[in-house]
Design a protein around this ligand. Structure first.
Ligand code: ADP
Length: 295
C-alpha cells in the first residue's frame, strides 16, 4: 500500500481551493508511506471503461501517490491512454465513451453525483502525445489560453502567471526575449511540448497526467522532458503513460503494468514500486514483458 486515508498532520496546500473541494487536500490527506510526503493523490477502484459496447479497460485499482511519478506501461492497445483519460474525466469526451467505477481525487469521487468535469480537469491537467500549441497565438497567449477562457484576469497578472509557468516548464530562458511576439508554432518540437506543459501549469493543477509526452520527440528533447518531470514532482503528483520501459524506469517511482489478453480488454497485471516491477516482478507476465518476450 502506498497511500492511506488515515488522519495525518498534513496541512492543505496554500493555494486557494476550488469551490467544489476537489482540489483541496482533505484533513486526512493521503500520505506516501515511502517518504511521508503529503499532497494530492488519486485512488482508483474497480475502474471500467467502454467505447460504445466494447469494453477497453476492466477492474483497474491502483493509487497515484502524492508528489511521486507513477508510470503506466504495457503493449499498444492495452488501455493505458483510456485509463489515464479516465483520471480526469477526459475519456467521456469521446462520443459513446463511458466509464464506471471510482476515482477518488483527494478523497472525492470525481464520478460522484454533482461533480463538475470541467473543475476536475482544472485540478487534474493533461499533457498529450503530440505538442499542440495554437499556431495563431503567441507563446504568451498559448500559456494563458486556459485562463483566458475563464476570463477576469488583468494582462499584468496573466504575464506574471505565464512567466512563472514558463519558468516551471524550464522554457523561460529560451523564450524570454520573444515570448510576447513569437508564435508558439515557431518553437522546436521539444520546446512546443514544454510550452504545452506550461499551458497546463498555468491553470495551477495539482495532478498532471502525461500521455506519451515524449513519443514525438528526439532523444535530447526527451531527456529535457524527463529532467523536467523530475523537477515537477516536487510540486505535483504525476502519472505518465509511456510505451518506453527505459523511460518508465528512469522517471517513475511507481509502475502499473497493463495487458489486454485474449478478450482484448485491458487489465492491470501488476502495480508497485518501479524498482520492484523492473527487478523483481511478482507476475510472470510482467517479467515476460519487461524482458522483451512480447509487446
Ligand atoms: P494504449 O494506450 O494502451 O495503446 P488505448 O487506451 O488507446 O490503448 O486503447 C485501448 C483499446 O480501446 C484499444 O483496443 C483501442 O482500439 C480502443 N480504443 C481507443 N480509442 C478508441 C476510440 N476513440 N474509439 C473506439 N475504440 C477505441
Amino acid at each position: 500500500m502506498i497511500a492511506r486515508d488515515t488522519p495525518s498532520d498534513a496541512q492543505p496546500k496554500t493555494t486557494t481551493p476550488p469551490p467544489t473541494g476537489l482540489g483541496q487536500a482533505p484533513p486526512a490527506a493521503a500520505v506516501d508511506e515511502a517518504n511521508g510526503v503529503p499532497g494530492p493523490s488519486i485512488v482508483v477502484r474497480d475502474l471500467n471503461a467502454w467505447y460504445g459496447a466494447r469494453q477497453a479497460v476492466a477492474g483497474v485499482g491502483l493509487q497515484i501517490a502524492p508528489r511521486q511519478v507513477t508510470a503506466i506501461i504495457g503493449p499498444s492497445g492495452c488501455g493505458k491512454s483510456t485509463l489515464i483519460r479516465c483520471l480526469n474525466r477526459m475519456h467521456e469526451v469521446t462520443p459513446t465513451a463511458r466509464a464506471a467505477g471510482s476515482v477518488e481525487l483527494n478523497g472525492v469521487n470525481i464520478y460522484g453525483e454533482g461533480v463538475d468535469p470541467v473543475q476536475v480537469r482544472r485540478v487534474v491537467g493533461m499533457v498529450f502525445q503530440k505538442p499542440n500549441p495554437f499556431p495563431m497565438m503567441t507563446i504568451f497567449e498559448n500559456v494563458v489560453a486556459g485562463l483566458l477562457l475563464q476570463g477576469g484576469a488583468l494582462r499584468r497578472e496573466l504575464e506574471e502567471i505565464a512567466e512563472q509557468a514558463l519558468r516551471q516548464a524550464a522554457l523561460w530562458d529560451e523564450v524570454k526575449d520573444v515570448w510576447r511576439k513569437a508564435s508558439g508554432a515557431s518553437l522546436s518540437g521539444g520546446q512546443q511540448q514544454r510550452l504545452c506543459i506550461a499551458r497546463t501549469l498555468a491553470v495551477r493543477p495539482e495532478v498532471i497526467l502525461m500521455d506519451e509526452p515524449c513519443s514525438a520527440l528526439d532523444p535530447i528533447a526527451t531527456y529535457r522532458i524527463e529532467e523536467l518531470i523530475g523537477q515537477l514532482k516536487r510540486d505535483f503528483t504525476i502519472a505518465i503513460v509511456t510505451h518506453n520501459m527505459q523511460q518508465a524506469s528512469r522517471v517513475s517511482d511507481f509502475t502499473a503494468f497493463m495487458l489486454a489478453e485474449e478478450d482484448h480488454i485491458g487489465r492491470l497485471v501488476e502495480f508497485g514500486p518501479t524498482s520492484n516491477i523492473f527487478t523483481n516482478p511478482t507476475e510472470r507476465r510482467t517479467e515476460d514483458y519487461i524482458t522483451g518476450r512480447f509487446g
